[in-house]
Design a protein around this ligand. Structure first.
Ligand code: AOF
Ligand code: ZN
Length: 379
């Protein structure tokens, strides 16, 4: 390949990386739409100049391309647009982005990934080619897949993309004896978890975690309180206490409770009065304890119909196991502290860890403060 062609490939990757970084600004606030990024680049002499930048706006509209085109104005003529997801081809509240790019005078479009949304599905790229624009697909497709895994999972399987997060001690425990809460990871890891919350549409826990820890599940990073996601409790029998911090703050940040269809009605009345939304779904497996668990697949599909794309689960051992058994997890994030805590509750049995390794073989690791963060994904 001639050097000039290699340079062009590198340039495309560089600007796609910039578009991916812009797109991330929308994580957690564009649902039900994907958080897309777009940069418009113009060649002036020997230099490449970014003349327009855009990302999907809160609530999902305007789309990234419209924002970038508005910033570029007349400078879009003859320029290249980099988009992290195929430009749309359908008529929503406004016309298709593919149309807008052509009308704005864009000469070339570099896209990372096709949009599996049935309204688009390749028609956006086709439309651009029909208009005579040059199109290159597949630049940094893996990175874009990670960025859009929530949207892709929702339009393909009808449920949100799921990240499960757990924090364990060096000896694999996530709580002290009898489930007593113990501080496991450090401040940097906590800050990172708050960032993960801010970048999620919703965050879910099991009722066991609420009863033990009484968590708030909000984002407590400076200046980011408004980024708190919807808080969800999987609570088959509606045991969520009215005195919990979740219920007490339900009017400020939404709380959704997913209960079994046959859960008692009185607690529902009280919870609804306190501002909580109760959703009822079927149950699947009978538990050894004699109770029955929620059908987690059905629960997630219900969240999909509500538009949730990026769901973070801060799981205890039971919920983590249930989600892995049902093969519903896209990403498993584990923070491990350097200290053992001795006696306590084991986070993952070796069989469950083996199952996770089988489903999510793609492993990355890095330090966050004193703790190790491992991220496991599908291949
Ligand atoms: C783009 N650029 O920035 C985004 C896109 O409900 P609508 O009409 O806003 O359309 C939503 C669909 O548009 C969504 O499911 C996805 O396929 C696409 N999102 N497309 O061209 C964007 N966010
Ligand atoms: Zn669009």
């Amino acid at each position: 390949m001639p050097v000039s062609a290699i340079d062009a490939l590198r340039r495309d990757e560089r600007f796609m990386r910039a578009a991916l970084a812009l797109g991330r600004r929308g994580f957690g606030n564009t649902w039900p739409n994907p958080a897309v990024g777009c940069v418009i680049v113009r060649r002036v002499g020997d230099a490449d100049i970014i003349v327009g930048r855009g990302w999907t706006q809160p609530g999902g509209r305007p789309h990234a391309e419209t924002q970038a085109l508005a910033e570029a104005g007349a400078l879009a003529k003859g320029a290249t647009a980099y988009v992290t997801l195929e430009p749309c081809s359908h008529y929503g509240r406004t016309g298709p982005c593919a149309d807008a790019l052509a009308r704005g005078g864009i000469a070339r479009v570099v896209g990372a990934l096709r949009d599996p949304d049935p309204r688009v599905g390749g028609r956006g790229f086709d439309m651009l080619r029909r208009y005579g624009l040059e199109v290159r697909e597949g630049v940094l497709a893996d990175e874009a897949f990670q960025a859009h895994v929530g949207h892709i999972t929702r339009v393909t399987f009808g449920r949100p993309g799921l990240t499960v997060k757990i924090a364990v001690s060096a000896d694999g425990k996530l709580a002290g004896p009898g489930g007593r809460p113990v501080r496991i990871t450090g401040e940097e890891a906590s800050a990172h978890v708050h960032l993960m919350r801010a970048q999620s549409d919703a965050i879910a826990v099991g009722i066991g975690t609420v009863l033990k820890d009484d968590p708030m599940l909000t984002v407590r990073l400076p200046g980011m309180a408004a980024q708190s996601p919807v808080r969800i409790v999987f609570d088959s029998r509606l045991r969520l206490p009215l005195s919990s911090r979740l219920v007490e703050t339900a009017r400020e940040v939404p709380v959704w409770v997913m209960a079994r269809a046959d859960a008692p009605v009185e607690p529902e009345r009280d919870l609804v009065e306190a501002g909580v939304e109760v959703m009822r779904i079927g149950c699947s497996a009978l538990l050894p304890s004699g109770g029955a668990s929620l059908d987690l697949g059905e629960a997630l599909r219900l969240l999909g119909t509500r538009g949730v794309t990026r769901l973070l689960v801060e799981a205890g051992p039971q919920l983590a196991a249930g989600l892995v058994e049902a093969d519903l997890v896209e990403e498993f994030v584990q923070f491990t502290s350097p200290e053992p805590i001795g006696e306590g509750v084991t986070a993952l049995t070796s069989q469950l860890q083996a199952k996770i390794d089988g489903q999510l073989p793609n492993l990355a690791a890095r330090m966050v403060g004193h703790d190790t963060m491992t991220i496991q994904r599908r291949n």
